[in-house]
Ligand binder design. Sequence first.
Ligand SMILES: Nc1ncnc2c1ncn2[C@@H]1O[C@H](COP(=O)(O)OP(=O)(O)OP(=O)(O)O)[C@@H](O)[C@H]1O
Length: 511
Amino acid sequence: MGKNIADFGFSQLTSTMPFAAITKEIEAEYAIPISEEDLAASSMLNHAQRSAFNKIMQKINANVPAAFFIDGPGGTGKSFLYKALLATVRSRGDIALATATSGAAASILPGGRTAHSRFKIPLQQEINSTCNISKQSAISKLVQLARLIIWNEAAMAKKYAIESFDRLLKDLLNSDSIFGGKVIVFGGDFRQTLPVVRKRQREDYISASLVNSYLWPHLEKIRLTENMRARLDPSFSDFLLKIGDGTEPTILDNKIKLPSSMLIPFIDDTTSLNLLINTVYPSLFDFLTSSSAVANRAILSTTNETVQEVNQILIQRFPGQETRYLSFDQTLDPTKQADHGDFLNSIQPPGLPPHELILKPMCPVILLRNLNPAQGLCNGTRLICLNFDKNIIHAEISVGIHIGKHVFIPRIPLHSSNDESYPIPFKRTQFPISLCFAMTINKSQGQTLDFVGIYLKEPVFSHGQLYVALSRARTSANVKILLRSVTVHSTETSYTRNIVYHEILAAAADT
Ligand SMILES: Nc1ncnc2c1ncn2[C@@H]1O[C@H](COP(=O)(O)OP(=O)(O)OP(=O)(O)O)[C@@H](O)[C@H]1O
């Protein structure tokens, strides 16, 4: 599974520290495995990655304040660079904290946690919101010891979250310097999806973005440009960049034309969806023998409804005996239970597992909560189910550094979010997982997949979605898209909407 700091002869560090400082969090950081692959990454960097690596390591070595933003289109090796930095710093016996905006992006980094859970950043941020960490806390000690803090997918974070992180570090470290004088590496790509905002208005996305923060001018920008994911298919790489930059010409009704080689022909809804499913998953029996090969395939779609539609079809076709788990849904106000119980069973609020969870041995699922980040169980971790008990599911992690690890998933109470479209506050007791033959485009951000199906029953509805979906694959031959025909004229089935907020890209390019 790899080495940890102790294997590099630094175990004495913990024994020379004051006892009070040897907190659970610090021990957990020292126990993070350092894989041979990540250690070797620093010798495999391309020219721009190497220059970034050297610049950042120089600040760490000199122990001087620095705040960077690694800016690069999808696939240019931002995560690869973070892994090289984390492995290098950790192998010297130092602490490097790995965080990301989303659980899925955090799960890609060894020891990764969401920045919100690591720094107790309030989920509903306002201007001047503060993190809930005292100077005497374990996390405060961890921050003081950290030589490097990485925040991946920062373009997806609300500026107020990053501003409250800045205030937290200044407070914990008694410093007026930006981020308390630590070496901080943010990274992301403003071509990809932006922070989730309630009203989904263009101006709300723009004002919530880090590029509109007082911090943005203080971050030293480092640009990566070579698409390492799609380097074997340069014309695909160029096409992706045009989609991301919004420079692919719009032809019909403000839509772009997709290459016919990437399209699943539209015949009718059912036939074409079947074609897409059979192309992405030609043999579901393969799951029974090779969990990792098939775990790297997925159908991506825009909404939870279309994702569920595909997952339900696939679990029915999946071989094996099904186990059915029904959730127990309770209104927070017990007097409302009788009126709303059945209704709650019928709804599927974002972020909650379904009321009816149908699973089979070896089927792929995704975790919806941070259960135990140190053990690889983050919101976004993908798993393969093994055995089912009444209140526990035995599963195996199928991607990332904890791949192959056997884990147990408990049934737990989960609260609905404060979403206006679901006005009755309630809790659902269910396993915090959902099937992941299909997942939302937003959940796939940060992942490299062997084969990607894109199901656009409705066109994309926000900035960067089409780009994120397309850029998960390494070659154009490994992407198939199904566009639903809105009219009977089948010629229109090769056109789709691409939403790009040029003002965000312009602000991000302006250093
Ligand atoms: N220097 C390198 N040598 C070999 N492979 C590399 C190198 N840099 C990146 N890669 C590979 O290219 C793929 C994309 O890299 P990575 O996931 O780090 O990109 P990214 O910029 O983080 O992408 P995204 O923005 O989509 O999350 C990965 O499979 C990674 O292992």
